[in-house]
Design a protein around this ligand. Structure first.
Ligand code: TMP
Ligand code: ASP
Length: 237
């Protein structure tokens, strides 16, 4: 099979660019080094982040596929490019949480680091203009962002992803604190898309709770590149 050709830019987000290809069912997701936080108000770059996030996402999509969780991944034509099934992204961000941190710790007054009695799944509106507000099911149906069946599938799949990734990371001395995943429709089916990386997960060292994720950038903790490198080393071997 001849390699697919990268064509025009379809969409540019804060950390990635999506390109069309000569196959209408496939797109190329290009990982940038740009980093933003607080809905784009804080801007910067993390050296080689694009390469590392592509590598980590490729690996974790593989782990999930092996566990039976269907996802967009096809191949990596280059170190910053991922060839993916073309998805129509559902504008609901699914967040899975095992340990209180970030906005949850703030919202419900539970100290950061508290292990949750049961894992939690939350839903947010993917909208920078509105600051990604949390949505309840009724909001999602009223805005027609997803049907009840699609939302149920996304919620159940997010719980399964949490189980699979938590187990996988324990063996690599990483605690999966929380994570964000996005889904889309491919030929009418709900499928996991986007990326799974230190940009979209909170990852703490198993023994020391040292932060190995984008919170190092958000909170100006230093050693950001080193943390991403360390996650790639532990996850991809
Ligand atoms: P939060 O505590 O700020 O709500 O973040 C929860 C998780 O979601 C954390 O792992 C970081 C990830 N996340 C994103 O991937 N994109 C975002 O825009 C936000 C706000 C969080
Ligand atoms: N990616 C989001 C932004 O740029 C938020 C974050 O990851 O903290 O605003």
């Amino acid at each position: 099979m001849s390699p697919v050709k990268r064509l025009e830019k379809l969409y540019e987000g804060k950390a990635k660019i999506i390109y069309a290809t000569d196959d209408p069912d496939l797109v190329i997701q290009y990982f940038k080094d740009d980093a933003t936080a607080f809905d784009g108000k804080k801007k910067g770059a993390i050296t080689d982040k694009g390469v590392l996030n592509n590598r980590i996402s490729e690996h974790l999509f593989g782990v999930l596929a092996e566990a039976g969780i269907e996802n967009q991944f096809v191949s990596c034509p280059s170190e910053r490019e991922m060839l993916c099934k073309r998805l129509e992204i559902i504008q609901v961000e699914m967040i899975g949480r095992n340990i209180a941190a970030g906005s949850l710790a703030k919202r419900i007054g539970v100290p950061e680091g508290t292990v949750l009695r049961v894992p939690i799944v939350e839903t947010y509106y993917k909208s920078d203009e509105l600051g990604d507000p949390m949505l309840c099911d009724e909001h999602i149906f009223m805005l027609e962002l997803a049907t009840p069946e699609q939302l149920e599938t996304m919620r159940e799949t997010t719980r399964k992803i949490n189980q699979v990734l938590t187990d996988y990371m324990v063996g690599r001395d990483i605690r999966l604190v929380d994570f964000k995943v996005e889904f889309g429709l491919h030929k009418g089916r709900v499928m996991l898309g986007d990326e799974i990386s230190p940009d979209t997960c909170r990852l703490w060292d198993q023994d020391t709770n040292e932060k190995l994720d984008k919170d190092r950038f958000r909170r100006d903790l230093g050693s950001v590149e080193e943390a991403y490198q360390e996650v790639a080393r532990r996850i991809c071997g």
